[in-house]
Design a protein around this ligand. Structure first.
Ligand SMILES: [Zn+2]
Length: 234
């Protein structure tokens, strides 16, 4: 029993390795999107701003009711299904670079997903309240399980954490599909093939950050499961 506590809270080399791998993965993905975005921010698209092209893409997808608003920060762009608005960062809203157009059209892609009743987006939206709850409580449940030595609570914590993993996995097709819609629109918008390729690179780099996040949560879950099994076998 004391060893159990010690194992649960002592320094575990495998845990340090897991943290290191996840941190490196996350940083590499972040670094890649930042540099790709920077590169294509310097290449002008054929004269139109991110907001203008996104507006056209929204209208072409039956999303005329979707508004476009500004949001502070860099790469803070998102679509809010609650108020049905695209929020574009200043650089992407009023900027006319290939990167601006790519990001703005990706967000318009999310609005188009909602408009067309894209199933994975519905699943993702349904998971949001569940994940908000499980993400805030799984560590507390895990600590309670370890302190009180109740295996059922530890298992419950792992089930709670699994919802975060599921959410990351469902996020992947939603993000990739939004980018696919953006590229499909950009390809027929009259941009040169060099610019279309640039937009694809920016969106692929953005997708890799979601892949890194999903991998990180899978690695964490595997680690937690391995540790839990070792404990319960003792
Ligand atoms: Zn997105």
């Amino acid at each position: 029993m004391p060893y159990y506590y010690g194992y649960g809270f002592g320094i575990d080399p495998l845990y340090l390795l897991v943290v290191l791998v996840c941190t490196v993965l996350g940083l590499a993905a972040q670094n890649y999107i930042n540099s790709t975005y920077k590169t294509w921010s310097k290449v002008r698209s054929d004269g139109d701003t991110g907001a203008t092209v996104a507006r056209r893409m929204l209208d072409a997808n039956g999303c005329s009711a979707v508004g476009i608003k500004g949001v502070a920060g860099e790469l803070t762009d998102h679509y809010n299904p609650q108020d049905n608005n695209l929020y574009l960062s200043d650089a992407n809203r009023s900027g006319g670079s290939v990167a601006s157009v790519a990001v703005a059209c990706h967000e318009a892609g999310h609005a188009a997903q909602r408009q067309s009743g894209y199933a994975m987006m519905k699943v993702r939206t349904a998971l949001v309240p569940v994940v908000n709850f499980t993400q805030n409580t799984w560590t507390i449940v895990l600590l309670l399980g370890l302190f009180m030595n109740i295996a059922g609570l530890t298992t419950l914590a792992l089930i709670f954490f699994s919802f975060s993993v599921l959410f990351q996995l469902v996020t992947l097709p939603v993000e990739i599909d939004a980018s696919r819609r953006a590229v499909a629109y950009i390809e027929q918008s009259g941009m040169s093939s060099k610019q279309v390729n640039g937009a694809k690179k920016v969106l692929t780099a953005a997708a890799l950050t979601y892949v890194a996040a999903a991998l990180t949560s899978i690695i964490q879950l595997l680690y937690l499961m391995a540790r839990y099994n070792r404990n319960s076998n003792r």
